[in-house]
Write a protein that binds this ligand. Structure first.
Ligand SMILES: N=CN[C@@H](CCC(=O)O)C(=O)O
Length: 361
C-alpha cells in the first residue's frame, strides 16, 4: 500500500505545461467545406507553428480564446456518472461547421487547444469511486487538474482575452475562478446557471465543491446561483448559504419557473447587480437544462432558449470575464443524435461572443 501510494504520487507529479496547442490542420480535418459558404473553422485562428502561444494571443486582435478540458475525474470523485471528457471534441466539431457571417465571425476566436489530461484520465480509470482510498486519489487528481486550469486561465486573462472554457466537470469552476483572480490580482465574483450550488463541504476536491474551495481560499468574493433546484440542495448547504448571505445569494428554479413568484428577466437583472461590480466568471452547468445528457441529468428546468438569454444578458456585462460550459456528457447519450450536446455547447459559445458586441456599440 505504501509503495502504491509513492507510485501514485510520482505519476500525478508529472505536472508540466500540459496545454496541447491546436494548429490549423486540427480544425481543417473536422471542417466540412461547402461551396458558396464560409465555415467558422475556415476563419477561426490557431497559434502558428513555432510561435509562443502566450505572445500570440496577447498580440492577436481576436478577443476570445477557446480552451477544452477533456476530463471527467471531478465527476467521478463526486460519485457521479462519467462522460464529460468528450464534450469539448463534440462541441468543436459543431462549432467549426457553423456559418461565418455578419452575425458572428470565426476570426473573433482563437482555438487555443485543450489541456491534456490523458495521464490523469488513465489513472482515474483504475480507481473505484466507492473505495475510500481510491477516492482520495481521485481528489488528488482533481487538485492536479486545478493547477493546470488556473495556470492557463490566468495566462489568457493576463493576455487581455476572454477565456471560453468547455469542460469537463464543474470542479473546473475552481481553476477558472482562481485563474481569473490571480490575473486580476484580487478576489473575483461568479454567477452560476445551475441546478446545484456546488457549494458542498470541503471533503476533497470534486465537481460538487469548486465554489466552496474558491470561496474559502479567498479567490471568490461574491457568488450568485441562478435557478438552483430546491430538491437537490441539502439542508446543511442551505444553512451554510444563510450564514454567508451577504456574499452568496441564489434564486431557485421553482420560484421562477414553477410557482411564478419571480420573473425570469427581473431576477437576471437583480443577480447581475449583485456580482457585476467587479470582474466575474460566468458559469453554466448543462445539468440545469432539461434532457441534456449529464451526470445529474434532469427533465425539468429552464429551457435552452432561457439559458441562451441568460448567457446573452450576463455576457454583455463589461465585467463578465470568462465563460465556462460544463457537465455536458455526450458519452451518456445513447441515441443516434449524440452530437446535439456539442451543438448546444457551440451555440452557447457563439451567444457569449455575440453578447460582447453590445459592449462595443
Ligand atoms: N456539478 C454537479 N454537482 C452536483 C451533482 C449532484 C448529483 O450528482 O446528483 C452536486 O454535487 O451537488
Amino acid at each position: 500500500m505504501f509503495l502504491e501510494n509513492i507510485i501514485f504520487g510520482m505519476l500525478i507529479k508529472q505536472v508540466m505545461e500540459k496545454l496541447k496547442v491546436f494548429n490549423s490542420k486540427d480544425l481543417a480535418k473536422i471542417t466540412q467545406h461547402r461551396s458558396g459558404e464560409i465555415k467558422f473553422g475556415e476563419k477561426i485562428l490557431t497559434v502558428p507553428a513555432n510561435e509562443n502561444w502566450k505572445e500570440f494571443i496577447t498580440n492577436c486582435n481576436a478577443k476570445f480564446v477557446l480552451i477544452g478540458l477533456p476530463e471527467d475525474i471531478g465527476v467521478k470523485a463526486n460519485m457521479g456518472r462519467v462522460g464529460t471528457a468528450s464534450a469539448f471534441e463534440s462541441a468543436l466539431k459543431s462549432l467549426v461547421n457553423f456559418q461565418h457571417n455578419k452575425f458572428c465571425k470565426g476570426n473573433e476566436l482563437i482555438a487555443l487547444g485543450e489541456i491534456d489530461f490523458s495521464n490523469e484520465m488513465e489513472i482515474s480509470k483504475s480507481l473505484n469511486q466507492q473505495d475510500k482510498e481510491d477516492r482520495k486519489k481521485l481528489f488528488s487528481l482533481v487538485e492536479n487538474i486545478d493547477k493546470e486550469v488556473s495556470f492557463v486561465i490566468s495566462a489568457i486573462v493576463k493576455a487581455g482575452k476572454y477565456p471560453i472554457i468547455v469542460g469537463g466537470g464543474h470542479n473546473n469552476a475552481y481553476g477558472n475562478i482562481k485563474g481569473l483572480a490571480l490575473a486580476k490580482g484580487m478576489p473575483v465574483n461568479a454567477i452560476n446557471f445551475d441546478a446545484h450550488t456546488d457549494f458542498r463541504i470541503m471533503e476533497g476536491r470534486h465537481s460538487g465543491n469548486g465554489f466552496t474551495y474558491a470561496f474559502e481560499e479567498g479567490f471568490l468574493k461574491r457568488y450568485f446561483i441562478f435557478g438552483l433546484h430546491e430538491n437537490f440542495v441539502s439542508k446543511s448547504v442551505f444553512n451554510t448559504l444563510k450564514s454567508i448571505e451577504d456574499r452568496v445569494k441564489y434564486v431557485t428554479y421553482e420560484e421562477i419557473g414553477v410557482r411564478k413568484e419571480k420573473s425570469y428577466t427581473n431576477e437576471i437583472t437583480q443577480s447581475l447587480k449583485f456580482i457585476s461590480n467587479t470582474p466575474f466568471g460566468l458559469e453554466l452547468d448543462l445539468d440545469a437544462i432539461p434532457g441534456i445528457p449529464s451526470s445529474a441529468m434532469t427533465l425539468s428546468g429552464f429551457s435552452v432558449e432561457k439559458a441562451r438569454q441568460f448567457v446573452h444578458l450576463a455576457g454583455s456585462e463589461n465585467n463578465a470575464s470568462y465563460f465556462h460550459i460544463c457537465e455536458g456528457a455526450p458519452d451518456l447519450d445513447s441515441s443516434n443524435n449524440n452530437h446535439l450536446t456539442g451543438k448546444l455547447i457551440a451555440t452557447l459559445i457563439i451567444d457569449f461572443i455575440k453578447s460582447k458586441k453590445f459592449e462595443e456599440n
